[in-house]
Design a protein around this ligand. Structure first.
Ligand code: 2HA
Ligand code: ZN
Length: 289
């Protein structure tokens, strides 16, 4: 390399900003702390992935500097097809990491990775030798599914909200029935998630199979419930995705507070339809009578 190239490289390094101050890192840290404080993410429960803008990341990291590479896999070492995501950069929580600790030590608990044909290229993070969440198959498959229906989708979030989990023990695991019940639990529900929630039966987590099943459901809704485990949400921003899950969890809480009591009042289908009309939302078909 010539002197000019050397100088250019040195200049770029000097101009590069501190990734810990990057809005995408800060926002993920704040979101994760909120989720932890809400009691959704005990121990190493939960994981988040955010699709980042390559140009924005280049302000902070040398995209030619791959720290190490590891397999594109979940709990099993089998790979899965990620062709539409090749070259894309994601911020992803690390496997086995506690949400409780992320804000204090982002560089150990988070990673910025680029998806390659033969594995995941680490550009920053997982300082202690860690790697991406065991739920990577479900995350990346959900990104692919959501990007097909919404090119602006950037975030996939998995967490274990308490009341939602409780509800999957006592309510029928039928997508339409579950959605209808949640819509009745507070007036804003049908406006926030008019596409409803898809419900999957209990399945083994961390596998490609649950990833395929979740992504398939994500084609028709931004929320997928994993019975007796938790929830997957997708959205354009962290705020939007968090808000979506927060609203579902609040509705589940109302359900759990009232399910054992005589129901004296409810929101009728006629009223739900009024909301749909007023807010002009694209409501899921086949639920309201
Ligand atoms: O990452 O939540 O589903 C821990 C989990 C696995
Ligand atoms: Zn989980």
């Amino acid at each position: 390399m010539g002197l000019v190239d050397d100088l250019k490289k040195a200049g770029k390094t000097l101009l590069r900003k501190d990734v810990l101050q990057a809005p995408f890192v800060q926002e993920v840290c704040k979101t994760i702390s909120n989720m932890y404080r809400l009691g959704w993410d005990e121990r190493n429960g939960g994981n988040i992935s955010c699709l980042l803008d390559e140009k924005e990341v280049a302000d902070y990291l040398d995209l030619n500097n791959v720290i190490r590479t590891f397999p594109l896999a979940g709990v099993y070492e089998n790979a899965f097809d990620v062709t539409p995501l090749l070259g894309k950069i994601f911020l992803v929580t690390g496997t086995g990491k506690y949400f409780k600790n992320v804000e204090d030590d982002p560089e150990t608990n988070l990673g910025i990775v680029r998806i390659a044909q033969n594995g995941v290229e680490l550009l920053w993070g997982y300082k202690d030798g860690g790697r991406t969440t065991s739920e990577l198959p479900a995350h990346l498959m959900c990104h692919m599914a959501r990007l097909k229906v919404d090119p602006e989708n950037r975030v996939v979030m998995h967490t274990h909200p308490t009341n939602l989990l409780a509800m999957t023990y006592v309510h029928k695991l039928d997508t339409n029935k579950f959605t209808h019940t949640l819509w009745q639990m507070s007036t804003e529900c049908i406006v926030v998630f008019p596409d409803g929630v898809e419900v999957l039966p209990w399945m083994l987590c961390g596998t490609n199979e649950i990833g395929v099943a979740t992504a398939e459901k994500m084609q028709s809704a931004r929320v997928v419930v994993w019975a007796m485990h938790g929830i997957y949400g997708a959205g354009k921003t962290l705020d939007e995705t968090f808000g979506l899950i927060e609203t579902v969890e609040k509705a589940s809480q109302i359900y759990m507070l009232t399910a054992h009591l005589p129901r004296v009042n409810t929101i009728t289908d006629k009223q739900l339809k009024q909301l749909v009309e007023l807010f002009k939302v694209d409501v899921r078909k086949g639920i309201l009578s």
